[in-house]
Design a protein around this ligand. Structure first.
Ligand SMILES: [Fe+2]
Ligand SMILES: [Fe+2]
Length: 444
């Protein structure tokens, strides 16, 4: 079965399962129509609006991480309304916001809406089941109100909902990229856990206040606004930190190569290569960021060694070989660069294990480092330096071919050469034309 068939099968499965849940909810609602008071109907409509509004509001936590406030509405709905009303409402609100995104042109295919809306319904169902299975859920409302005893059930609800929703989405991402589900799952959880926990807590507090006196829940709007602002200021601080570190890396590049463009060219090539290798956009972004700062550790290398035109002595080489570790150590102080540390530390490892600093071999070397090794070598070979002219693309490609399986990951270097051919930067010998010396990545 091809990946495409698996993806379609998966989406159909999510659609059918969530559709089945919603159909059951509709059936139950019709069956029990006479039991529904005007109050429950009004609350349902009101919560539909609240959940829809939460789904509409998102906050940027970083350049690429967008947090949707939908979880607040979902958790509050689950806690306030009867099960059938809650699930139906969550499905409707999610479908409505996905349709709004389609109308605005932000969704181009029907796949994401099915996975997102279906995933939300199934995750809410899983959360509801977990909530009712864990003892203590009955202490939240009514005469025997002891909210502390209800905490385990509330925790089960929040954790199950979040993990289930992440699992549904991660599986879909796995089927559209070549990354393993576990690594996607872990990276999504790592990025979203803190904001999601805050949103879930806000949802719980909203529901508790609503149960006591609906008007009180308006007060939750203030802390929600404050937490949203804190997310946004954290994102701004993170952005400013990234910019400062990138500027520092650029100035070191300038000292080393005489140009500010090396890392920028590298970042563009890295992005294309990572995408051609089927990595997810999130993983690609992490590698691209690492490529911008890969030689940051050269800050600790003196000009005598860094700019020495001739061959380095063994002692000088030893000092030079510290730069990946120095770079990794500097980056470890910045939370925004946590994903870059290992990629930078290992960007001079070799596929055959004869590189530095740790002599890792083959797939022990992070994929980001293997990508940067190929792209960095190619750019260093072809770029002009103040003291020498760059090599021709043909010569650089033949060096890459020679190094396949020794210096370079064969799959990564073959994909890179293929990319050069597709972009017209490199023409294989059989139909070689004029000298295609590369000047910039856009030269093709
Ligand atoms: Fe380096
Ligand atoms: Fe470099």
């Amino acid at each position: 079965m091809t990946r495409r068939h698996a993806l379609h099968g998966y989406i159909a499965g999510i659609g059918l399962a969530s559709g089945g849940v919603l159909a059951y909810c509709c059936y139950q609602l019709v069956e029990q129509a006479r039991l529904h008071s005007v109050e429950i109907l009004t609350t349902t409509l009101l919560f539909l609006v609240i959940t829809w509004a939460c789904n509409q509001r998102s906050a940027y936590l970083s350049d690429s991480t967008l947090v949707n406030l939908g979880s607040i509405g979902v958790i509050a709905t689950i806690l306030v309304l009867p099960m059938e009303n809650a699930l139906l409402l969550i499905g409707l609100a999610k479908v409505a916001s996905e349709v709004a995104l389609m109308v605005r042109g932000q969704r181009r295919s029907w796949r994401a809406p099915v996975v997102n809306a279906g995933g939300a319904v199934l995750a809410a169902l899983a959360g509801l089941i977990a909530f009712h299975m864990v003892p203590g859920n009955n202490y939240l409302w009514g005469q025997d109100y002891r909210p502390l005893l209800a905490l385990p059930a509330l925790f089960a609800l929040g954790a199950t909902y979040h993990l289930a929703e992440t699992a549904v989405v991660s599986a879909a991402i796995t089927l559209t990229s070549k990354e393993r589900i576990v690594s996607i799952f872990v990276s999504v959880i790592r990025d979203m856990i803190l904001p999601e926990v805050s949103l879930i807590v806000v949802g719980i507090v909203f529901a508790v206040m609503w149960r006591f006196r609906p008007v009180l829940s308006a007060f939750i709007v203030v802390p929600m606004f404050v937490s949203l602002r804190s997310f946004e200021s954290e994102a701004r601080l993170r952005k400013e930190t990234i910019e400062a570190v990138l500027k520092m890396a650029e100035s070191i590049d300038y000292r080393d190569t005489g140009t500010y463009e090396h890392s920028q060219r590298l970042a563009e090539m890295t992005k294309e290569l990572a995408a051609a290798l089927g990595l997810t956009p999130e993983h690609t972004a992490e590698i691209v960021l690492a490529s911008r700062v890969h030689d940051l550790g050269k800050i600790g290398i003196s000009n005598d060694i860094l700019l020495k035109p001739g061959a380095l002595t063994p002692e000088e080489r030893h000092i030079m070989q510290d730069h990946p570790s120095i770079g990794a150590n500097i980056l470890s102080s910045y939370s925004a660069f946590q994903g870059s540390i290992d990629i930078v530390r290992h960007h001079h490892e070799r596929w055959d294990g004869r590189g530095y600093p740790n002599g890792l071999r083959g797939e022990e070397i992070p994929i980001g480092s293997r990508i940067i090794t190929v792209v960095d070598s190619f750019d260093s070979m072809t770029a002009d330096r103040p003291y020498r002219r760059g090599m021709t693309v043909d010569d650089a490609v033949s060096r890459l071919k020679d190094g396949m399986g020794t210096q370079f990951d064969p799959r990564v270097s073959a994909t890179f050469i293929q990319l050069l051919i597709e972009q017209g930067t490199y023409v294989p010998v059989e139909n070689s034309g004029p000298d295609l010396r590369i000047v910039t990545w856009d030269a093709g």
